[in-house]
Design a protein. Sequence first.
Length: 497
Amino acid sequence: MNHFDVVIIGSGLGGLLCGSILSREGYHVCVLEKNTQYGGCMQTFKRNGSVFDTGIHYVGGLDEGKILHTFFSYLNLTERLKLRKLDEEGYDVIRYRGREYEYAMGYQRFVDTLARKFPREKNALAAYTGKMLEIGETVNPCKVRENKPVTSKYLEYYNTSYDHFLNSTITDPLLKNVLVGMSPVYSGVRDRTPLYIPMMIHSTYIDGAYRFVDGGSQLGDLLVKNITDCGGMVLTGMKVTRIPVRRDHMEAVEVNGTEYFTGRYFISNIHPKNLTVLVEGNAFTRAFVNRINSTEETYGMFSLYLSSAGHGFKYVNKNYYCYHTGELWDLGNYSGDTWPKGYMVHFSPVSEHADRTNAVIINTYMKWDELTPWIDSHTGARGAGYESFKKKKAEKLLLLLEKDFPGLTGKLATWYASTPLTYRDYTGTHEGSAYGILKDYRNPFKTMILPGTHIKNLLLTGQNINTHGIAGVTIGAFLTCSELLGKAYLKKKICHG
Ligand SMILES: Cc1cc2nc3c(=O)[nH]c(=O)nc-3n(C[C@H](O)[C@H](O)[C@H](O)COP(=O)(O)OP(=O)(O)OC[C@H]3O[C@@H](n4cnc5c(N)ncnc54)[C@H](O)[C@@H]3O)c2cc1C
């Protein structure tokens, strides 16, 4: 009999975190994953001896006492993860208009480092990081007194424009662009991005940015182990195909069109637009369905995976954001000629070497429209036209890379590429968007998705709740599990052991 206390649809980070938390708190959990591999964006793939991350290149908030360290300690993960701390003096480097600007870890060091290049903006930078610290603390359950799912401060930061804040705090246009330089990690859009998103994400990196050694799938493996150690199950090849609802209550999900899994509670870790298709009848109100389906998506990514013979690439303990355009808010607004306006470079740490690697990953925006000819195709069977499209993009990117990092492509043995179509097919994210629904400060109640739904025993989790990224999804999982366990109880368990 497939009966559980909690059935979770999807084994992305949000699903596995909720499974881990609830298993630990005594619930009998089953996670259903449609793919043969669990983990969603935490999946890695190995080709030509190189291990490539698909959706986790660095993670913040892992210094002792910081937000993710606290959560991961509660889940017994911190000691078991293989991590390498990025360069504290400059974990991210923004290459813009022929110069390099480093983001350092620690609030004061961040200010001091940038102030060396922008001395007149030192006070402004202090105000900027002061706001970042304030926002970082607002989402940290261990720092917030209120036990409501959404605090009034959170709402205030959500319906304020990041761009307005930037303009009211920083004067130098060059520095503004340097600060917008990390926008690909949150898919920034000038007239959409809420203050909350970049500030919360940036605060976690300042609080300790790390890379996973030998790939980020280790996080998924440990979370699965947590669940199975408590008697729960994580089942792959289990696609949820239908969700019958009786009035406002669920009893089961249909899997692969044949099998049923029943439960007391259900948690959806899949994109909310896909969930609205699976839920039968009028269980979700028309207003809710319309609201979800009319949201915009974040940009998808074109990713280039570079593999060397042996460990041929020099390992660099920093991420690079390289730009070949003037206005950094404008990255997604490209034509065939101006693509790519910028790209990110991530060097993957390997356990065999401290200063060499065989895997380098390049990510850059790709608009969904570019993929129109292949929208009805599936991974591995998209045809020669798609392969030649990827090849042209890859060659363009490789030329740019060689200009920016002379000698790097000389070490290249082979490359692989993925597009937003790959993400659509693997993780089910709508239109292959990297970070799910685009948050919009102008319309917080439209784009802010809360864990509770009209179906009394169905909750939501994952990157569309709260925000994306390891820290964002972890806070989201906390909010989701709080609906079952109580926020005050869970907060006490996580924050006080
Ligand atoms: C290119 C890229 C780079 C990124 N880099 C970073 C980074 O460096 N640092 C960082 O913190 N974050 C990064 N992120 C973001 C981060 O990876 C995501 O925010 C996070 O992993 C999303 O987790 P999720 O819980 O929403 O689940 P997802 O990863 O979206 O997983 C959802 C799961 O549900 C499964 N599923 C879907 N439909 C069904 C169904 N019907 N039945 C059963 N299962 C189903 C899918 O197969 C998938 O396994 C990156 C993302 C991308 C795309």
